[in-house]
Design a protein around this ligand. Structure first.
Ligand SMILES: [Zn+2]
Length: 59
């Protein structure tokens, strides 16, 4: 194992396409890392999308 130092900083990371936050590889994403595009369920649901029209009567 020469050369491997267990450097956790070497974990892959990518940017959430909804909020732009950096998200670092998680074990729960190991099987679908390539498909991960959002940092959270809220982002996946599009809650951060500014293009969504706001209903003034909703509140
Ligand atoms: Zn996000």
């Amino acid at each position: 194992m020469a050369g491997f130092k267990g450097n956790k900083a070497a974990l892959p990371s990518k940017t959430c396409i909804a909020c732009g936050r950096e998200m670092v590889w998680r074990k729960s994403w190991a099987k679908n890392w390539d498909d991960v595009k959002y940092c959270s369920d809220a982002c996946r649901a599009g809650k951060h999308r500014p293009s969504r029209p706001v209903n003034p009567l909703a509140s």
